[in-house]
Design a protein around this ligand. Sequence first.
Ligand SMILES: [Zn+2]
Length: 67
Amino acid sequence: MSRVCEICGKGKMPCKKVATHSQWVTRRTNKQAEVNLQTATILVDGQEKRVKACTKCIKTINKKTAI
Ligand SMILES: [Zn+2]
């Protein structure tokens, strides 16, 4: 639960590491991409709460709570 977004549950995602030599792609290996987690203070039922959320969720919340 440590490296997982507390709002959407997003965690590690599979992706490819692309090794290049000059302009040519020489090797592709599988790797895990970590989610960009930040601590944010959000309003839950009128009370402020600190959560670890991904930047996508923080951006969505800020957009919805904006006047
Ligand atoms: Zn999220």
